[in-house]
Design a protein around this ligand. Structure first.
Ligand code: ADP
Ligand code: MG
Length: 348
């Protein structure tokens, strides 16, 4: 909602001028980047390591709303969600490509903001921007990022390795990004109805950051290595805990018991969810966008992780025929579904 004071039209630069303008300060820092922006293709070399590749596309009106998402945050988030997928393979992101489709509604300054967020996240994750594509669009903004990473072959963790008896672990806490979104949506509604009213977002920094500036868990592959733990399966939490558990279970051909009381939820997430008459557990299960890592470990590895404040054991894997269940705080068992709203809202 902040207005930029100066406005340079995209047409004044043209496509090549724009690409040059946006990419002029990009520097290459990784040894594996042989050739970055400027040729027909980038060249990378991971020597004896395996290459990991993951793409995500963000579409205005579907994945983000520019009424309350600053472009700098959007750029930062677009990188975060992509490198998160590389961390979820237990790998290290090294390069990204950035493709954008923009309408002339956007000024050069607006795209500078977007790129400042992209570059900030790249600096944080030590990732080189090695190319992309730029095109016009009749309406709205589309941003597609491809993340490229490396991993030793024997370090890669897939979704399909969980086995009966493994412990189910999650990093950080859940539900915050969803509750943050509810808050932003509410303030947008108030703004639309009475534009003079200032948004009341005081004291909600944590959940707003969870939504607007998610941090991919760069620290976790390093931590697991230090603890000498290789997960048996792993996934990042982009669509909500329930949906990710279903993915791990179906790909690994196992069942799972998830314990409601163990699900890590920050007090500010909990309190704001309550304010909105939402069940905090449901926010964690179905909310999504937390970009934490969900993984399974062999029981024998439990002593190695148990003292770590960043990792919470939330359940354990079972044989497939036992199903995928949420064990509620009251002790009853309910089948977990991806869109578990109705069932879960009436759970006790
Ligand atoms: P081509 O015609 O071969 O597609 P372009 O003129 O589109 O090449 O791009 C020129 C160079 O700029 C390439 O290296 C390309 O990867 C890079 N590039 C284009 N758009 C972007 C962007 N939005 N962000 C980063 N790099 C870009
Ligand atoms: Mg091109």
């Amino acid at each position: 909602m902040l207005e930029n004071t100066s406005r340079t039209e995209l047409s004044s630069l043209g496509e090549f001028g724009l690409i040059k303008h946006l990419t002029q300060f990009i520097e290459i820092t990784n040894e594996s980047t042989i050739k970055g922006i400027g040729d027909d293709a980038a060249v990378i070399d991971f020597k004896n390591k395996k290459t990991l590749i993951s793409t995500d596309m963000l579409v205005e009106g579907v994945h983000f709303d520019l009424t309350y998402v600053p472009l700098k945050h959007l750029g930062y988030k677009a990188v975060s969600v992509n490198v998160s997928d590389i961390y979820a393979m237990n790998g290290t992101p090294k390069q990204i490509t950035v493709s954008i489709a923009v309408s002339n509604r956007f000024s050069v300054e607006a795209l500078e903001e977007l790129y400042s967020g992209i570059m900030l996240a790249c600096a944080k994750h030590k990732v080189d921007i090695i190319g992309g594509d730029t095109t016009t669009n009749k309406s709205g903004l589309v941003i597609s990022i491809t993340a490229i990473g490396e991993a030793d072959e024997n370090e890669i963790v897939y979704r399909n390795g969980a086995k009966d008896g493994d412990l189910l672990c999650v990093t950080g806490d859940l539900g915050g990004a969803y509750v943050g979104l509810q808050l932003l949506e509410r303030e947008k509604q108030i703004y639309v109805e009475s534009p003079g009213v200032q948004p009341d977002l005081e004291g909600n920094d944590y959940i707003l950051e969870r939504q607007l500036k998610p941090e991919a868990r760069k620290d976790i592959p390093t931590l697991l290595k230090k603890l000498d733990v290789k997960p048996t399966s792993m996934i990042d939490v982009s669509d909500g805990l329930a949906s990710e558990i279903l993915h791990l279970c179906s790909q690994s051909d196992v069942g799972c018991n998830l314990y409601e009381e163990k699900i890590p939820i920050d007090p500010s997430t909990y309190n704001t969810a309550r304010e909105f008459n939402l069940d905090p557990t449901v926010c964690a299960l179905s909310g999504g966008e937390d970009y934490e890592l969900l993984f399974t470990i062999d029981q024998a590895d439990f002593p190695k992780i148990k003292a770590n404040p960043d990792i919470t054991v939330v359940g354990h894997m079972t044989v497939k025929k036992d199903g995928i269940n949420l064990i509620t705080k009251g002790g009853s068992s309910h089948p977990l579904t991806a869109q578990g709203w109705d069932a879960l809202l009436n759970k006790e």
